[in-house]
Structure formats: structure tokens, C-alpha cells
Design a protein around this ligand. Structure first.
Ligand SMILES: Nc1ncnc2c1ncn2[C@@H]1O[C@H](COP(=O)(O)OP(=O)(O)OP(=O)(O)O)[C@@H](O)[C@H]1O
Ligand SMILES: [Mg+2]
Length: 344
């Protein structure tokens, strides 16, 4: 989405000055459990990398290692040219982080939180006042700015958390599942804010379980599952990897589903029926399928609401890479172990 569309490359392929984030064979073990198992990627300056994976994939652990919060078992990372092991202080000065758990102070108001944390960053008073108002406005919190955070909804807390991490406009920003818990409108508002930041030169690494989010924002996507990278490329490349397009047809009346299914079978491939959505899906050979299938339905008299070719979604990508849908992975265990120490 940004002006920079250079895909991330293997370490060493891009001049160091053009690389804002570099993960070099990062490994993290907890006892004999390996949470992150040799993750490497680079992110060119001014671009967005989406780290995509289901619950427990190792996204937060990777981000924690890259932001000096958790020492790698082996491997390292470089942020804005500084090594997380050798120069953690310089890394912190050049990055911002919004962790998965809210870290704002409940007792203070939204405005007070911004002022307090901005003060800790050493931002001058005038600049801080202006910046706080801008951020409250940008995140639709201007009206709630003088209310205590404990009265905020989950979405409002999330937005304040993000506003706080944007106070210092660091060159490299890490966002761990920034839009989890936000309603669709707040989510697209946040995407807009992030696009503006990137247009101004910020390099962004965001983790997400939302395939659509990576699709919308990321120039380059790293898919991880069980601690290892299982795919890496642009959204388009990943979708092409997932296979050909499918033919999707929605009938007007659920009663017609069996007849419609029988007709589609004539096309030669397996047909998937989503009864609730009155939708049938089958693999398409190409554009030529469209007129042929359309003619069959025309003759049959089955009323059709919607008919067309659909590219594989990132959901399909996930399915083809891992054998399971992203949403299917276990939600039972809450792997969120981020605490106050999350914030640098
Ligand atoms: N401090 C820890 N001690 C032991 N195991 C841990 C610790 N932190 C994380 N893990 C384990 O490492 C794996 C990866 O966890 P991580 O939090 O990085 O996943 P995630 O991709 O961020 O998942 P989610 O989408 O749920 O946030 C999980 O199996 C988790 O239980
Ligand atoms: Mg996580």
C-alpha cells in the first residue's frame, strides 16, 4: 500500500542503510519448547511487513525479541541498524511498540496518559500538548479525552494505546495485533492513520491474525505457524501460490441449491455448498467457464443473485499452506503473557 513496494529480501541482499528491520535466525526456547525456530526476514525502510499467523504461532515472541523485551536464545535482530543484543538502548530510541495488552493507566484520563508518557519520552511541553490533541482527534477520542480510562470501552483503550505509541513518531514501529477487538469502522480508521505514517517514512511491522489486515496494509507478508516461516511474499504472490481462482455462485432461493449443485458438477470439479449463504463454490479453469456455466443456469431457470470468478483469499492461502483455516487454530489457551514490561 505504501509508495515503497520492494519486497523484503534475505539478509544481506539490500544495502544496510535501506533496511529498517532485520531478523537474523531468531530462535526462542522456553525450557524444551521452541516457540520461535529460526526466523529471518528484512524490512526495507518505509515499508510495511505483516507478520501473519494463528494463535500461538510465535508472533508476540518474535516481536518481543526484536524490541529488546526478551533475549533471543540464539540469532539476533537489527532495528534501524542497531543490534538488539549489543545496542538495546539505541534500539529503544529508534522504535515504538504497542503490545498486545493495554498498558495505559486506568486512573488517569486519556489526555493525562498522553501527557504523562510524552513527558517520560522527554517531549517538550508545547509539542506534547499539540501532539496529544492531534492524536486524540485522529483516534476519535477528543470527546473522551478528559474521562478516566477505566470508563473506556475495550476499543477506546486500544485506540488510546496506539495513540500513546505514536507520540514520539519513532522511525520504526512495532504493532502487535493493533486492531484486535476493534469494530470494523475503528479498524479502517486505524488503517488510514497507519497508511499516513508510512507515507511519511515510518517503517512498520505489524502482527495480525486477520488476513484482510495484512492484505490491506502490508507490502510484504511473512506467514508463520508453529514458530517457523511457512510462506513469504506479497499478498498477490501468496494468493497465486494458493492456486487458481474459483467460480462462486449464489442462488436466490435455497430450494434451488441441489439443482444448482448438480449443474455445477457438470463443470467437472468438486462443488462446495454453503447452505446458509446459498452459495456454491467450485474450482474454475479460467474465464471461459463463465459463459458456459451462465448458459446452463439461464436454461435451467434457476434464479441467481450473484455469479463470478473469485481469486483465492488469504484464508485460502492459509488453508493450502497449513491444512487448517487460520480461525480454526485453538483459542482455548490464552497465550497472552504480555505485561507492563511490554512497553519499552
Ligand atoms: N513466557 C513463556 N513461557 C512459556 N511458553 C511461552 C511463553 N511465551 C510464549 N510461550 C509459548 O510460545 C508460543 C508462541 O506464543 P506467542 O505468544 O508468541 O504466539 P502469538 O503468535 O503471539 O499468538 P497470539 O495470536 O495468541 O497472540 C505459544 O505456544 C506460547 O504458549
Ligand atoms: Mg501474540
Amino acid at each position: 500500500m505504501s509508495s515503497v513496494t520492494v519486497p523484503a529480501t534475505a539478509p544481506g541482499e539490500v544495502a544496510t542503510s535501506d533496511v529498517a528491520i532485520e531478523a537474523i535466525d531468531l530462535v526462542k526456547r522456553f525450557g524444551d519448547f521452541t516457540a520461535v525456530d529460526g526466523v529471518s526476514f528484512t524490512v526495507p525502510r518505509g515499508s510495511v511487513l505483516g507478520l501473519l499467523g494463528p494463535n500461538g504461532a510465535g508472533k508476540t515472541t518474535t516481536v518481543r525479541m526484536m524490541t529488546t523485551l526478551s533475549p533471543p536464545t540464539s540469532g539476533t535482530a537489527r532495528i534501524a541498524g542497531y543490534d538488539v543484543r549489543e545496542q538495546p538502548g539505541m534500539v529503544r530510541q529508534n522504535m515504538g511498540l504497542t503490545g498486545q495488552a493495554a498498558t495505559v493507566d486506568e486512573i488517569l484520563t486519556g489526555r493525562e496518559n498522553l501527557r504523562m508518557i510524552g513527558g517520560l519520552y522527554g517531549i517538550g511541553r508545547k509539542t506534547l500538548a499539540r501532539r496529544s490533541e492531534e492524536l486524540l482527534e485522529q483516534f476519535s477520542l477528543a470527546d473522551a479525552g478528559d474521562k478516566q480510562v477505566k470508563s473506556y470501552s475495550g476499543g477506546m483503550r486500544r485506540r488510546l494505546d496506539l495513540a500513546v505509541s505514536l507520540l514520539a513518531t519513532p522511525p520504526v514501529l512495532f504493532l502487535d495485533e493493533p486492531t484486535t477487538g476493534l469494530d470494523p469502522r475503528s479498524r479502517s480508521e486505524l488503517w488510514e492513520v497507519l497508511r499516513e505514517l508510512v507515507a511519511e517514512g515510518t517503517t512498520l511491522l505489524l502482527t495480525t491474525q486477520y488476513l484482510e489486515e495484512a492484505d490491506q496494509l502490508a507490502d510484504d507478508i511473512v506467514v508463520i505457524d508453529k514458530g517457523t516461516i511457512i510462506a513469504h511474499g506479497t499478498s498477490l504472490q501468496l494468493k497465486e501460490q494458493a492456486g487458481s481462482a474459483s467460480l462462486v455462485l449464489t442462488v436466490s432461493h435455497a430450494d434451488d441449491l441441489p439443482a444448482a449443485e448438480a449443474l455445477l458438477r457438470k463443470n467437472g470439479a468438486e462443488v462446495f455448498v454453503d447452505v446458509a449463504a446459498r452459495r456454491l463454490t467450485t474450482a474454475a479453469g479460467g474465464l471461459g467457464d463463465l459463459p458456459r456455466v451462465a448458459a446452463w443456469f439461464d436454461e435451467s431457470g434457476i434464479a441467481v443473485d450473484d455469479f463470478g470468478l473469485s481469486r483465492p483469499s488469504l484464508d485460502d492461502v492459509f488453508l493450502s499452506l497449513t491444512g487448517h483455516r487460520a480461525e480454526e487454530s485453538s483459542n482455548a489457551e490464552d497465550t497472552d503473557n504480555t505485561t507492563d514490561e511490554e512497553r519499552s
